[in-house]
Design a protein. Structure first.
Length: 454
């Protein structure tokens, strides 16, 4: 009769070496807990109820899910090795987990990287961030990456071949310049590879600085230094960089609508093509506000920078695309339009190596979008770009024009009614929901009688 410890021994010897460095450290920590809790138990005698006390804790429930997942993996291997007839962990209830959808914006990424110029951490941490965002590699894969894994114009990681685009090649060139004699791509100051714990400590130090800023003096010596404010309101992880890369890849190269729009490269009522332009100029911002309002009132669409009206790529691509961000688009919406709405902004790599910027405009809600400010006035006093108090939509051309006819209002009103109906039904459902049962009051305890005083 095999114990849990005996199964874990074989699992550690045969399976753990196949995992990445970070996973091996995490699994080893979880296995230590499993040995303490269940190591001496006969594995085949375990029942789902045996895990109740282990799983039902006040704090650390998600961590218990992770630990149980490791035991489930070990038991699955044991079934394959004909050591167990079934995996009891498959029927043990897990705690519900909130899916993580933290996407790192370009502004957040750049602000954190900017700390490295004045931070005590090595520049290689920033290069590791760049590799994660451009390739989707995990933290463990990056710190284990060797120059021998790069063959020609491809990069081999975990059995997957990644093409070396020009941006990735530029990052690797910077890595080579930092440690020309090391066999590893990302290294410490001494040119040695990071350990998983060491890199994680560097990352946490960087995130703490990003969240808390820097005081005007050193903690130990009290020596005055230049104070720095926080640059993040919510920390992010390397896993979040992977999620951001995955979303960007889905937008840029997946089988979705954006790829089809870019391949066609033509304007439609739902697509407005724009050449590269300075988003800080007042007239440009006013014109973009008109297009954003029209696309939103039309039911949503896309504003794509980097193309001429005929669909050809604009050759005047700026070297710095830091202006083309969600924050910049949001500032245009906030100034000119009401109610405000949020647009997703992504930089998309084109097959020819060029890039474009895609602004995804959502449909309006229960009320259409109206302009609340006018653009700059010409010498005759007429507003340019956008007029105040107007409702815009997309018309044949395609163009963004004020709504003039009942036919143009009809689909907008229909969407408003549907959105209002959805909100109304949700409100009614909330009203009809049965209130929680009131807690029963404890029975009253009779007051003890006082003894008569002598």
């Amino acid at each position: 009769m095999l114990t849990v410890n005996q199964i874990l021994d074989r699992y550690v010897g045969e399976h753990l070496p196949t995992l990445g460095a970070r996973s091996r450290v995490d699994y080893a920590r979880h296995i230590k807990i499993l040995r303490k809790e269940f190591g001496g138990r006969v594995a085949s005698d375990l029942r789902p109820s045996d895990f109740d006390a282990f799983m039902n804790v006040e704090k650390g429930r998600q961590q218990r899910n992770r630990v149980l997942a490791v035991l489930s993996s070990a038991f699955t291997k044991a079934v394959n090795w004909n050591l167990l007839s079934h995996n009891v962990c498959n029927v043990v209830a897990r705690h519900p987990e909130k899916p993580r959808d933290r996407y790192v914006t370009t502004e957040e990424f750049d602000r954190v990287k900017g700390l490295l110029s004045t931070h005590s951490l090595r520049e290689s941490v920033g290069l590791a961030m760049d590799l994660a965002l451009e390739t989707g590699m995990s933290q463990g894969e990056i710190i284990e990456l060797r120059w021998a894994d790069i063959r020609g114009d491809t990069l081999s990681v975990s059995g997957e071949t990644i093409p070396l685009r020009s941006k990735v090649q530029a990052i690797l060139n910077e890595c080579r310049a930092l440690s020309p004699d090391s066999e590893y791509v990302i290294t410490t100051r001494k040119g040695t590879p990071y350990t998983s714990e060491g890199f994680r400590a560097c990352w946490q130090k960087l995130m703490n600085r990003a969240m808390k800023g820097r005081a005007a003096y050193k903690r130990r010596t009290k020596k005055p230094v230049a104070a720095a404010p926080p640059v993040l309101t919510e920390r992010f992880t390397f896993q979040d960089l992977h999620a951001t890369w995955s979303r960007n890849r889905e937008i840029a190269g997946g089988s979705g609508e954006v790829r089809e729009l870019i391949s066609r490269r033509r304007e439609t009522p739902r697509v407005e093509l724009k050449q590269w332009m300075p988003l800080s100029e007042t007239l440009v911002r006013a014109k973009l506000a008109r297009h954003l309002a029209a696309l939103c009132n039309y039911g949503g669409g896309y504003l794509i920078f980097g193309f001429c009206d005929d669909g050809t790529a604009d050759p005047a691509q700026p070297g710095d695309l830091s202006e083309f961000t969600s924050d910049k688009i949001a500032s245009i919406v906030d100034k000119y339009l009401t109610p405000a709405f949020h647009c997703e902004v992504s930089t998309v790599q084109l097959p020819d190596g060029e890039v474009c910027v895609v602004v995804k405009v959502p449909p309006h809600g229960s009320v259409p979008v109206c302009t609340k400010a006018a653009g700059p006035h010409d010498p005759k006093g007429n507003p340019q770009g956008v007029d105040k108090g107007r409702y815009y939509t997309r018309v044949n051309g395609p163009k963004s024009e004020p709504i003039e006819t009942p036919e143009q209002w009809a689909p907008i009103i229909r969407r408003c009614v549907l959105n209002e109906r959805h909100d109304l039904l949700n409100g009614i459902a909330a009203l009809l929901k049965a209130p929680p049962a009131p807690a029963e009051d404890p029975p009253l305890t009779p007051t003890p009688k006082r003894e008569p005083q002598a």
